[in-house]
Design a protein around this ligand. Structure first.
Ligand SMILES: [Zn+2]
Ligand SMILES: [Zn+2]
Length: 197
């Protein structure tokens, strides 16, 4: 991992103008930030909000009501690495549970139609069936989960450095700090932006 930090300043414009966050233009290495392969021109949108301090005059407010200075960059990333970074398709947990429940309710209705609603054995069987259906839904969930994880992993190459976004960003009102999973990328990035050390 390589961490590269940039100084930032809050620039207050003319009266009536909102202040903005000033930061140097960044240069990006001509390689994928994840696997380090030569760049093909594809990029990943990178966003980061610098949180303004409370009471500060701020640039924008997020949906959660936090005042922020929004920043955005385009991170070089090869196409196959973009694939393994997009979140795997969510497992339809709700659909799974609702499906199992409806199946169980349908069984109950069939028992009722068959005139077995007051039959102790049938009711016991119905309860057991409910437990089995719940168990099956859990099993199915586990299978779907490992399937979606394997799908993400199948896009990864031996040279990949992270299954998710290969850079994390932290900030305060004086610095924006990038931490790269790929050391070569991080070193080049540091050199290109003339930070030395
Ligand atoms: Zn890559
Ligand atoms: Zn990768």
């Amino acid at each position: 991992m390589r961490t590269v930090s940039f100084p930032v300043t809050i620039v207050t414009g003319n009266p009536g103008e909102k202040p903005r966050l000033a930061m140097q233009q960044l240069c990006w290495p001509a390689r994928c930030a994840c696997c380090g392969a030569p760049n093909e021109g594809s990029t990943l949108d990178l966003r980061h909000d610098v949180h303004a301090s409370a009471g500060d005059v701020f640039q924008e407010v997020t949906t959660t009501g936090i005042p922020v200075y929004p920043l955005a960059w385009r991170l070089p990333c090869c196409r196959s690495c973009i694939k393994h970074q997009v979140a795997p398709a969510g497992i339809p947990t709700t659909a799974l549970l609702v499906g199992a429940f409806l199946l169980w309710a349908a069984m109950g209705y069939l028992l009722f139609l068959a005139g077995l609603a007051y039959n102790a054995l049938a009711i016991a069987a119905f309860v057991v069936a409910g437990l089995l259906l719940g168990f099956a839904a859990c099993k199915l969930y586990a299978v779907l989960e490992s399937w979606s994880r394997r799908k993400v992993e199948s896009y990864m190459k031996p040279t990949c450095t992270a299954s998710g976004v290969p850079v994390s960003i932290r900030s305060d009102l004086l610095h924006v700090e990038f931490t790269f999973q790929n050391d070569t990328f991080g070193d080049e990035f540091r050199a290109m932006n003339q930070l030395g050390g």
